[in-house]
Design a protein around this ligand. Structure first.
Ligand code: FES
Length: 346
């Protein structure tokens, strides 16, 4: 491992690995620098300009794009920095739909957090305000909404789609004041190659991309996604006994903070009224509810009527590896056949 670099931020001696940005080095040491377009999973692009710092011997510099250097002396708060940051922030806010009360991200919005930290000149902001934006909300995707009136053009969604998902279904479109994030032809996102993974939704710092019917959970439980054999770690959010949200467990080595559409948006089946919660046995042509004991006895009795090639088993990816091992063992050793298959032979 290469030697750590020593630099000074706000009078504190900090150590960071070569290649770390000044912003990430500061944040890792609990020194807050406001930022909007930087994300730890993505390559920095330096477009929001609110992360400016002063590095001795240089002009105000964007900290997300500046790698740490040996002996660097950084100041994160000076009068000049505060003033430039405020002006940059106001320019971002003037293009932003400011109906925060009705925004599902209210209280969790990074723009609100940065605004609280930097502050704005209300009078100047009022003069710069443009008429409310009226880009129609794109609700074509079954799982999330796109409200471009709340977009701050940080490009996090574009980079996520490109760098993490490898899809590249969205990009910057138009020019100047009309710039927006759009799919090819500025059509509804459902008409694009979007795979609904929701990675962009998870990273959007404002309310431009939000899950439909988003409900804040009262608690979260870390578990494993039940959909396939990948074993992705998820944080399932619940209110009472009802699952209301799911997000990637950030440190799980199987998925490293990512999820597919099923793990992120597909857990409503758990509380769905159509879900079978008791076994059903067909009696006189009708399926009727039965106890587990009754159902298992019936299955055991029926199974005793078959052997060898008369029998086949399909195992499920929703079961654990141990369950799947048991079913194949049962098929081969008890039913004396190799007719065993699985629905997710990834
Ligand atoms: Fe550095 Fe946006 S966070 S320019």
């Amino acid at each position: 491992m290469s030697e750590l670099i020593t630099l000074t931020i706000d009078g504190r001696e900090i150590k960071a690995a070569p290649g770390t940005s000044v912003l990430r080095a500061a944040l890792a040491n609990d020194i807050y620098i406001p930022h909007l377009c930087d994300h730890p999973d993505l390559k920095p692009v330096g477009v929001c300009r609110v992360c400016l710092v002063e590095i001795e011997g240089r002009k105000p510099t964007v900290s997300c794009m500046t790698p740490v250097e040996e002996g660097m002396i950084v100041h994160t708060s000076t009068e000049e920095l505060e003033s430039i940051r405020r002006a940059n922030l106001e320019l971002l806010i003037t293009n932003h739909d400011y109906n925060c009360q009705e925004c599902p991200m209210n209280g969790r919005c990074q723009l609100q957090e940065v605004t609280r930290f930097i502050g704005v000149d209300e009078e100047r902001l009022a003069m710069m305000r443009k008429p409310p934006l009226d880009d129609p909300i794109d609700d074509s995707n079954p799982y999330f909404l796109r409200n471009m009136n709340k977009c701050i053009l940080c490009g996090i969604c574009v980079r996520t789609c490109d760098e993490i998902q490898g899809d590249g279904c969205i990009d910057f479109a138009y020019r100047g004041i009309k710039t927006k994030i759009a799919v090819l032809g500025d059509k509804p996102i459902l008409n694009s190659t979007c795979v609904s993974c929701g990675e962009c939704v998870a990273r959007c710092p404002v309310g431009a991309l939000v899950p439909k019917d988003a409900v804040e959970p009262t608690y979260e439980v870390e578990t494993v996604c039940p959909f396939c054999g990948c074993g992705c770690g998820i944080m399932v959010g619940a209110r009472g006994e009802k699952i209301v949200s799911s997000r990637a467990a950030p440190d799980n080595p199987a998925n490293e903070g990512s999820l597919c559409v099923k793990g992120r948006f597909g857990l409503s089946f758990v509380n769905h009224p159509d879900r079978l919660t008791t076994p059903l046995i067909r009696k006189n042509g009708e399926l009727v509810e039965a106890s587990w004991e009754e159902a298992l006895s019936l299955v055991a009795e029926k199974l005793s009527q078959y052997k060898g090639e008369q029998f086949a088993a399909i195992a499920s990816a929703k079961c654990t590896n141990e369950d799947n091992y048991v079913i194949q063992k049962f098929t081969r050793a008890v039913m004396e056949t190799n007719n065993i298959d699985h629905c997710a032979r990834l």
